[in-house]
Design a protein around this ligand. Structure first.
Ligand code: SAM
Length: 250
């Protein structure tokens, strides 16, 4: 999408992000994710790529873990920093493909969740991200990727328009174009009210789990676990998303 940069998502969604995506640590999905991630970190240092407003990083830090977060959006990081416990998360402005944050001995856990790996706009950038993570992981560390399983059948001749909200005071439309060659989807969430229209852009370059596994292998990592969700349910042909754990070979 022309004019869409690495900071666009955060800068354009920050004001409504927590309201929409439930940054409440007591939320069942978030609590399950945090339990699993804390178990994988096993007391060691953590790096979250695309940390956002701290939905996951804050509860991990509240458990006493050393947590670092990188994000391209200063607005998202400002919201994180203003929350209770925000000062416990070490934040860095930067690109998640090239995070240059180090801790002695490497990170026990690096995570990129909520489809955020797909914010990287090319296969090359995603490959670079895996390689960079492999260099920063402790020898027994884990790299966790949470992402959706692509579903090109959502699109009709390369596009789709979906009613995302219909209310007395407004209407929400999701307007998307799909490029199957680039494996990219450019969307606008458009909210119409009597006051006018608000545009919230999202652009992703998606990849199937098998492609992510190859990126991991290129980086010298291997798939250790893949679940259909944070509850460690099996990953099946019906799974709409996955939680994948990559590690250095034993
Ligand atoms: C969907 S949000 C996820 C935030 C948080 N991880 C969560 O689970 O709530 C994606 C985040 O990635 C950030 N982001 C997108 N592209 C990025 C990039 N190339 N480098 C660093 N951060 C990026 C956005 O600013 C946003 O905060």
């Amino acid at each position: 999408m022309e004019g869409y940069g690495r900071e666009t998502y955060g800068e354009r969604w920050a004001d409504i992000y927590d309201e929409l995506f439930g940054a409440d640590p007591a939320d069942a999905g978030t609590a399950e994710a945090v339990d699993l991630l804390a178990a994988l970190a096993d007391g060691g240092p953590v790096l979250e790529l695309g940390v956002g407003t701290g939905r996951i990083a804050l509860p991990l830090a509240a458990r006493g873990l050393e947590v670092h977060g990188i994000d391209a959006s200063a607005r998202m990081l400002a919201l994180l920093g203003a929350k209770p416990g925000g000062e416990r998360v070490h934040t860095h402005v930067g690109d998640l493909a090239d995070a240059d944050v180090d801790v002695p001995g490497g990170f026990a856990l690096v995570l990129v969740v909520f489809n955020t790996l797909f914010a990287l706009p090319t296969q090359e950038a995603q490959v670079r991200c895996f390689a960079n993570v492999a260099r920063r992981l402790a020898p027994a560390g884990a790299f966790v990727v949470e992402a959706f399983v692509p579903d090109p059948s959502r699109f009709d001749r390369g596009q789709t328009v979906r009613a995302s909200r219909v209310g007395v005071d407004g209407v929400g439309l999701e307007v998307s174009r799909h490029d199957p060659v680039a494996q990219s989807v450019s969307s606008q969430q458009v909210w119409f009210t009597e006051a006018g229209a608000q545009l919230r852009p999202v652009s992703v370059r998606y990849a199937w789990p098998s492609e992510l596994d190859l990126m991991a292998r290129l980086a010298g990592l291997e798939l250790r676990d893949r679940w259909g969700g944070w509850d460690r349910s099996p990953f099946t042909a019906e799974s709409g998303g996955h939680v994948s754990v990559y590690t250095h070979p034993a």
